[in-house]
Design a protein around this ligand. Structure first.
Ligand SMILES: Nc1ncnc2c1ncn2[C@@H]1O[C@H](COP(=O)(O)OP(=O)(O)O)[C@@H](O)[C@H]1O
Ligand SMILES: [Mg+2]
Length: 362
């Protein structure tokens, strides 16, 4: 799949912008705080229904304006999809695919698939488990509406159960009902997470070993509870849950570990190793999504190239030959060195495109 066009109105510092993307590499370059990441954020919104930077969608509306609007046209070979997102001051979002309003974000998933890579992805390795769960969930939701559905049902029931525990209204009979539903959805989620992490892990290990001269990467799923013991453990922890007024067992406590040559990268890895893990993970995702959906996802690289050494940069450029990619950068030097193919260049200044040109850099 390929993004043909993206139009923005009153989107952060962008008053009005219309971008025709090329099928290959698109470079958005310019000084800091000009609107480059804003453009990637708008594409991200079309894939996931939310921003990677804020939960408060009204922050996206240009200061002093009433609403913001995104339109994205995706070409899938035989047909095109049009995504429209309208963000209002009351934090409400209206989303439509081909002019048909979507009732839940789950209906949007899969319309356009992206892989987004930015320096803050390092948090995936360094920070707490919630970052890693979020990562897995975002990827799986793009790929499977059933997963997205199971996950939203699980969290809805979990929220209700926790409210019940907080209000001290949890009796055994009510908890039985809640727990059987949590176990039902939880087991399906464990199964999908397990398969996804194994498959991504295999691909990421191969890529990682190529770019790091043979260092082996192992990505391991650490479920809070196994499918087999789910009911039993929930039941055993019920008294504790009532006492602490929260649900201690379940997929909302899952984690993943990243090991390099058998050693935990979170605790012992260098910044460079963390970066290489992230890069391997992202490129593995591209392969994985392509295999599962038949379409290459669009790769969004936000300010990551200048952080990588030449070998890793070259590896990226070789990997993205047939993948539509949108790259942001403050300069164009690293491209001049690495890219022989056509590249469409947009110079972004103060929320506008100053120059847009298609050329082969020498
Ligand atoms: N709601 C908003 N209205 C107007 N400007 C905004 C809004 N939100 C962010 N900005 C501006 O957008 C700019 C940041 O854009 P960004 O895309 O992150 O920059 P960069 O080009 O460095 O990637 C900043 O100048 C910021 O003040
Ligand atoms: Mg930026």
């Amino acid at each position: 799949m390929v993004i043909k066009n993206i139009s923005l109105i009153n989107y952060r510092n962008i008053e009005k912008m219309d971008i025709e993307l090329s099928e290959g590499i698109n470079l958005l370059y310019g000084n800091n705080a000009q609107g480059k990441t804003n453009i990637l954020e708008a594409i991200y919104m079309c894939a996931s229904g939310r921003s990677m930077r804020t939960h408060i969608s009204k922050e996206i509306i240009k200061f002093g304006k009433e609403s913001a609007h995104i339109q994205l046209i995706v070409d899938k070979g035989v047909y095109r999809d049009k995504i429209n997102i309208h963000i209002k001051k009351n934090n409400k979002k209206g989303i439509a695919v081909n002019n048909i309003p979507v009732k839940s974000i789950n209906e949007l998933f899969g319309t356009v698939n992206i892989v987004f890579f930015s320096p803050s992805d390092l948090m995936l390795i360094k920070e707490g488990p919630s970052y890693r769960r979020r990562y897995v969930d975002i990827e799986l939701c793009q790929l499977s509406r059933i997963y997205a559905d199971n996950l939203s049902r699980y969290y809805k029931i979990l929220k209700e159960r926790n409210t019940l525990l907080k209000d001290e209204k949890a009796d055994d009979m009510t908890l039985d009902v809640y727990d059987s539903q949590l176990v039902e959805y939880g087991k399906k989620i464990i199964e999908d997470r397990n398969r996804f992490i194994n498959e991504i892990g295999l691909r990421a290990d191969i890529i990682h070993s190529e770019i790091s001269s043979g260092e082996r990467l192992e990505i391991k799923y650490l479920p809070n509870v196994s499918e087999k013991n789910y009911e039993k453990k929930m039941y055993e922890c019920r008294k504790k849950d009532i006492f602490y007024k929260s649900t201690s067992v379940g997929i909302h406590r899952d984690d993943i570990s990243f090991n390099i040559n058998g050693i935990n990268a979170r605790d012992y890895g260098s910044q460079g190793q963390h970066r290489t893990i992230c890069l391997s993970l992202k490129l593995a995702e591209v392969e994985f999504i392509k295999e599962k959906t038949g379409y290459s996802p669009i790769l969004l690289l936000d300010d990551v190239l200048s952080e990588l050494d030449r070998k890793r940069q070259l590896y990226i450029f070789n990997s993205i030959k047939n993948i539509q990619t949108v790259i942001t950068s403050t300069g164009i030097d690293e491209f001049a060195e690495n890219i022989k193919e056509n590249i469409k260049i947009f110079y972004i200044k103060n929320g506008s495109i100053e120059i847009s040109e298609k050329k082969a850099l020498k």
